[in-house]
Design a protein around this ligand. Structure first.
Ligand code: GDP
Ligand code: ZN
Length: 458
């Protein structure tokens, strides 16, 4: 395939101080060499890095001190010639460098265009491309691992194996349609059909089961802290937030009055919702009213209900328990450094199956137990197994659900003795749907839509 040469700013992951202008395409080396003072980049070997300066070609004025990587096709991310200009000045000088590159007749890349090229040039398949997108968005280490696993093609390989099985099964059906007069062929075909189809369905279902966790991993567990005024909600938020080094505050995509804070608790990304006012002033419940906090609790995946160890339970406490009943919840009894006033017996009754953690936030006690309880609640240890494939992408989940339906239709049809060519239709459809996950059966518009979601420069 032939493409023009494109460029964009592509910052290193983890928000490093170094920003990179990445250029990809046949003319990448030649164009950059025109604004580079140092070695002649067109003559250097591939996969080498060179020190020099970016200059304004007309005036010779030095714009930026840089390291330039020369990466020639095909061993590059896009499978095209790639030049990476590493700038360590701020964003302003990086922009300046990008402008200079563009002034040489290089086109500014669209969002996700580098990854799109990698896909179109056959370097990665669609689910890997989407994993790159997830990686960019990944909020914590664990979400990152899921993205990396997927990128390495785990999901792709599994889907491809399932498609292969379906193809073999379809071949059996073919035999049956071509030679219907052989009764023994039909017999064999039916048992093979059922066995294969059921196996494929089981595998699809397994993937779907992991998808709930996958979704949580990428988006964070929506967590709400509730409790009466003064029980220690703000203190809890602070200890959760302060102890963590990997805090990401996500402004994009959130409205002004809903601020979300990401906290990494033992690899579990908590998305603390609507905590805007908590640290500043009063309490969620006070500030936004009972109705609003009910709404928040409805949307939450996890509720942290805080009580005061040093005070008897109140009607308000009981009302909160009633409001959160049946939800994933952890009860936190705080201020254990003070004398016991709360009726623990009654707390245990109200908590039911929910875990109760006692803390003294002021003395930094109980936070470890709380963190463990949160992690246990969602992973129960099983997610530690690194050989699992997690499906974390909404499009994949939708397609798997469709595939589950069509393969189930096929199985029902086989059992009820429906004409074999009808079964063939359902099996073929399943094969197609699975192919859409890896991009083997997608069309252009879908590809464009997917890649436009990427960050610029990836
Ligand atoms: P909120 O109104 O529920 O957000 O409660 P705050 O976190 O603002 O805490 C209310 C007061 O209780 C503050 O003065 C805290 O310092 C204090 N506090 C919080 N946790 C503890 C604790 O574990 N022990 C004691 N003795 N005081 C605490
Ligand atoms: Zn507070």
């Amino acid at each position: 395939m032939e493409f023009d040469t494109i460029a964009a700013i592509s910052t290193a992951m983890g928000e490093g101080a170094i920003a990179i202008v990445r250029v990809s395409g046949d003319e990448a080396v030649e164009k950059v060499s025109r604004i580079f003072r140092g070695k002649d980049l067109t003559q250097v070997p591939t996969h080498t890095i060179h020190y020099g300066h970016i200059i304004e070609p007309d005036t010779g004025r030095v714009i930026e001190e840089v390291m330039v990587s020369i990466l020639r096709a095909p061993r590059t991310f896009t499978r095209e010639d790639v030049v990476e200009i590493n700038c360590h000045g701020g964003l302003v000088s990086v922009n300046k460098v990008l402008q200079l590159v563009v002034s040489q007749g290089v086109r500014l890349a669209e969002p996700g265009e580098f990854t799109k090229r990698a896909f179109l040039n056959g370097r990665i398949d669609l689910s890997q491309a989407e994993a790159v997108m997830d990686l960019i968005r990944a909020k914590t280490d664990r979400a990152m691992n899921v993205a990396i696993n997927q990128m390495e093609g785990r999901l792709s390989r599994l889907i491809q194996r399932l498609r292969q099985e379906l193809l073999e099964t379809l071949a059996h059906v073919e035999v049956n349609i071509d030679y219907p007069e052989y009764d023994d062929v039909e017999e064999m075909t039916h048992s093979v059909l059922i066995e294969k189809a059921v196996h494929v369905r089981d595998e699809i279902k397994k993937l779907l089961e992991t998808s709930k966790q996958g979704k949580i991993l990428r988006e964070g567990i929506a967590t709400v802290i509730v409790g009466r005024p003064n029980v220690g909600k703000s203190s809890l938020l602070n200890s959760l937030v302060q102890e963590k080094k990997a805090i990401v505050t996500d402004i994009a995509g959130t409205t002004r009055d809903v601020i979300e804070e990401y906290v990494n608790v033992r690899g579990v990304p908590l998305r603390l919702i609507d905590t805007a006012g908590i640290r500043e002033t009063a309490d969620v419940v006070e500030k936004i009213g009972v109705e609003r906090s009910r709404e928040m609790m409805q949307k939450a995946d996890l509720i942290l209900l805080v009580l005061n160890y040093n005070e008897p339970l109140t009607e308000e406490d009981e009302a909160l328990f009633a409001a959160v009943s049946g939800r994933d919840m952890i009860v936190i009894v705080n201020k254990t450094d003070l004398p016991e006033q709360i009726q623990m017996e009654r707390v245990r009754e109200l908590a039911g199956n929910a875990k109760i953690i006692t803390t003294s936030l002021i003395e930094d006690e109980g936070i470890d137990e709380l963190e463990r309880a949160i992690a246990d609640l969602f992973f129960e240890g099983s997610i530690e197994a690194s050989d699992l494939t997690y499906v974390s992408n909404a499009r994949h989940i939708g397609l798997l659900a469709q595939a589950d339906m069509t393969i189930s239709d096929a199985i029902d049809a086989i059992y009820s003795g429906v004409p074999i060519d009808m079964v063939q239709i359902d099996l073929t459809r399943t094969w197609e749907i699975l192919g859409e996950i890896t991009g083997d059966t997608v069309h252009e518009s879908l590809i464009d839509q997917l890649f436009s979601q990427f960050c610029l420069g990836k």
